[in-house]
Structures are given as structure tokens and as C-alpha cells.
Design a protein around this ligand. Structure first.
Ligand code: ZN
Length: 300
């Protein structure tokens, strides 16, 4: 069984009209899963983190400013969400979800989080819809619980995982890899352990060849115990922020290859759905659903 981690709070956030962020996608993906055979016992609902669990990764002063809505306006504009109590609770719940997904993956071999991938959150600042770096919190929880273990963060969201890269720059037990659009946000990139920049308009064959070669190389070099996989679908050719030209079938193949490669090497894999930006929500859900289809094919 592949556990599915989800909380209805993921889609509960008041945003201004026409806001760029497709907040409804989480609830709609949950609905898609239920309509396509998810079993009641697969669902796991996370309990929000406490702030003192967050400060194991983030700067305590940043967290104090965040909780009290004292981050200055210029800095806050980089985040892109209006501040609210609802936003904080949602963020803590989602970060807990990624951590729980990592722990469940260690137990079951694979687990999927119906949120997560807030990879632009740095040690002491947020950016690009990201306040807390859930991938970093999850990886830190794993190495704290099992100090001998090694975690690979394999981030295929179209945007570079800049926050994750800086947070683990000096942590050899967490290997960071980002495959991202060369000319896309964040325009000032950080240095991951491995960065692969993809030109605008990259298509399926070139993309999948890079995914295969990169993942195999990382597994051979680092022998991770867990892969934290950011399966962002903003690589899709229909994505409004992506600039790559990957088809729906290309997304399925990427997800299938990552999950099946992890399974072949007996490495646990915790996947988060990551980014994806389309006003057409039905089409966006279909893109995110490829991860669920891939998990079904690998783990049936
Ligand atoms: Zn993205």
C-alpha cells in the first residue's frame, strides 16, 4: 500500500480574486484519487508542526517575525501570499505532511504527499509562495531520527530548489539535486550539490534522458536511504509559468521512472506534488494525477 498524506486545510486559504496560486488543486486531486480507486485506509491526515520543530531548520528570529506578522513589506512581497493565521496553520500542516510522508516512505517503501515542495523557503526568508521549507524539515527529521542515513532531495519542479540548496550546503547526509528551467524564477540561483539547467522549450526525449542519467548517477554516487522527490508539474507544456515543453505522457514517464528506479534499488521514495500553475484546474489536476498513476503502476 502507498500511503496518501492529505489535509482538507491545504485548499482552505482566502486569496484575493484572480490570485495566481491554484489553491483548489489539493482538494481536487484528493477527489480525483478517490474517484480512481484510492482506498480509505490509504489516507493519512497530518497534525500541524509546532513552531519549535520548525526552528530546527529555520532561523528563530524569522519565525518570530513571521508568526507576529512583522516581516517588512518589501520582504513579504517576495512571498506572494497575504499574511493570515490561516496561512500559518496551513503552512505548518503541509510541512508536517511532508515530514510524515518521509517517515511513511521509510516504512512502506513509497508514500505520496498531496501538497509540499516549498523549496524557495530559505533559512531566514521566504519567497515564491514558500514560507517554510517542508522538504528540508522532512530531510532533517530523517537524519535526526537515523543519524547514519542519507537523503537525496531530487527536485524536478521547473523552478530551482534554491532554499533547499542553501539549507543543506554544509550537510553531507542530505544531497540536493535540482533539474530546472535555466531562464526562470529564481533568477539568482543557489548552488545545489547538483544543478541541471534545462533550456526553454525542452521536450520529452531530452528531458527523460536527463532524468534517467542524473538519478542513476546520484544513486550510484551517494547510495541514499530515502529519495525526497519533488514531482512539480510546472514542466508541463500547458503550464503558465514553466517555459518547458513536456507532454502529459512525459510527466507520467518522469514520475514512473523516478518511482520505479527507487524501487529497483530498494530505496524509499517520498513524493510531494510540488508546483503547477494553470487557470484550467481540470487540466492541472490531470497533470498532478500522473504521479498517482505512476505510483499505481510501480506498486500495484
Ligand atoms: Zn515550481
Amino acid at each position: 500500500m502507498v500511503p496518501f498524506v492529505y489535509h482538507p486545510r491545504y485548499s482552505r486559504l482566502e486569496l484575493p480574486p484572480r490570485h495566481r496560486y491554484p489553491i483548489q488543486k489539493y482538494a481536487l486531486l484528493k477527489q480525483w484519487a478517490d474517484e480512481h480507486g484510492a482506498k480509505p485506509e490509504q489516507w493519512v491526515q497530518p497534525t500541524p508542526l509546532h513552531w519549535n520543530e520548525v526552528t530546527r531548520v529555520h532561523c528563530p528570529d524569522y519565525i518570530t517575525e513571521l508568526v507576529n506578522n512583522r516581516i517588512d513589506r518589501k520582504q513579504w512581497r517576495r512571498v506572494g501570499f497575504p499574511w493570515s493565521e490561516q496561512l500559518l496553520l496551513r503552512t505548518l500542516t503541509s510541512a508536517a505532511g511532508t515530514r510524515d510522508t518521509a517517515m511513511l516512505a521509510m516504512q512502506y517503501g513509497c508514500a505520496i504527499h498531496f501538497s509540499g515542495g516549498y523549496h524557495h523557503a530559505h533559512y531566514d526568508w521566504g519567497s515564491g509562495f514558500c514560507l517554510l521549507n517542508d522538504l528540508a524539515i522532512a530531510a532533517k527529521s530523517v537524519i535526526d531520527a537515523c543519524p547514519q542515513s542519507k537523503v537525496l532531495i531530487f527536485d524536478t519542479d521547473v523552478h530551482q530548489g534554491d532554499g533547499t540548496a542553501t539549507l543543506f550546503a554544509d550537510e553531507p547526509r542530505v544531497v540536493t539535486c535540482s533539474l530546472h528551467g535555466e531562464k526562470n524564477f529564481p533568477f539568482t540561483k543557489s548552488e545545489s550539490d547538483l544543478d541541471i539547467e534545462l533550456p526553454k522549450g525542452t521536450t520529452d526525449d531530452d528531458y527523460l534522458a536527463v532524468v534517467d542519467a542524473t538519478l542513476e548517477q546520484l544513486i550510484v554516487s551517494h547510495q541514499p536511504d530515502l529519495i525526497l522527490y519533488d514531482a512539480g508539474v510546472d514542466i508541463y507544456r500547458q503550464d503558465e509559468l514553466g517555459h518547458l515543453s513536456i507532454s502529459l505522457n512525459g510527466i507520467f514517464n518522469r514520475d514512473y521512472r523516478v518511482l520505479s528506479t527507487a524501487r529497483k534499488h530498494n530505496i524509499s521514495c517520498a513524493a510531494v506534488i510540488g508546483g503547477g500553475y494553470q487557470r484550467n484546474l481540470a487540466r492541472l489536476i490531470k497533470a498532478h494525477a500522473q504521479l498517482l498513476r505512476a505510483a499505481y503502476h510501480v506498486w500495484k
